[in-house]
Design a protein around this ligand. Structure first.
Ligand code: SF4
Ligand code: SF4
Length: 189
């Protein structure tokens, strides 16, 4: 089946999830180090306030905090972590499939171009994508998503033994007691 966005859907630009667990808080859009400055400049030129936090870091020693950051994340604008700051929810304009448009569509992060593809070999789509909820899965019309996912994988390759994930401290009010903030050591990405 061919992948195509569901009419009027903007879910992937609005909904943010706890990942990998609630303790880590809600994640933002993955931003590669190579993309960070470009995204910051785009926000500045469009007078959009953004918050970018670290996401994945690596270190030589497990007793140190990360010496290198492999990925950052662009946080949502709502208190609960939802809604990308670049999503145009106010002007009344529509995206090509009738959802809210992206204000930086031609320069959006690779992670946005890859979505909903989360694995290319074999193909796996994020089951939270509305297309998957309504149609199951797809294996065609995913060339652009595959290319973007492969670039992300290539740029995030690491042999580091100590991988850290940043807990964002962001989430629903009812979860605030268990959500942490700061670097947490993991065994793998
Ligand atoms: S990728 Fe999925 S969640 Fe995002 S707009 Fe398209 S159908 Fe909706
Ligand atoms: S940068 Fe654009 S495509 Fe990516 S989440 Fe934000 S609004 Fe959506």
């Amino acid at each position: 089946m061919e992948f195509r966005c569901i009419d009027e859907c903007s879910d992937c630009c609005v909904q943010r999830e706890y990942y990998p667990t609630k303790e880590f808080g809600k994640i933002g859009v993955l931003i590669l180090p190579e993309e960070k400055e470009k995204i910051e400049k785009l926000a500045e030129s469009k007078k959009i306030k953004i918050k970018i936090l670290p996401r994945i870091g690596i270190s030589e020693n497990r007793n140190e905090t990360p010496s290198k950051i492999l990925a950052y994340q662009l946080m949502g604008i709502e208190e609960n972590g939802n809604t990308c700051p670049f999503l145009d929810t106010k002007s009344g304009k529509k995206s090509s499939h009738g959802g809210y448009p992206c204000k930086i569509y031609d320069n959006k992060p690779l992670a946005c171009s890859a979505y909903p593809l989360i694995e290319n070999e074999p193909i796996a789509l994020d089951q939270k994508c509305k297309f998957c909820k309504e149609c199951g899965t797809a294996d065609k019309n995913l060339e652009f998503e595959t290319e973007s996912l492969l670039k992300i994988k290539e740029m995030m390759q690491t042999n580091a033994t100590h991988v850290w994930r940043y807990a964002t401290g962001v989430g629903e009010e009812k979860d605030c007691k268990i959500i942490k903030t700061g670097w947490i050591l993991e065994e793998g990405i």
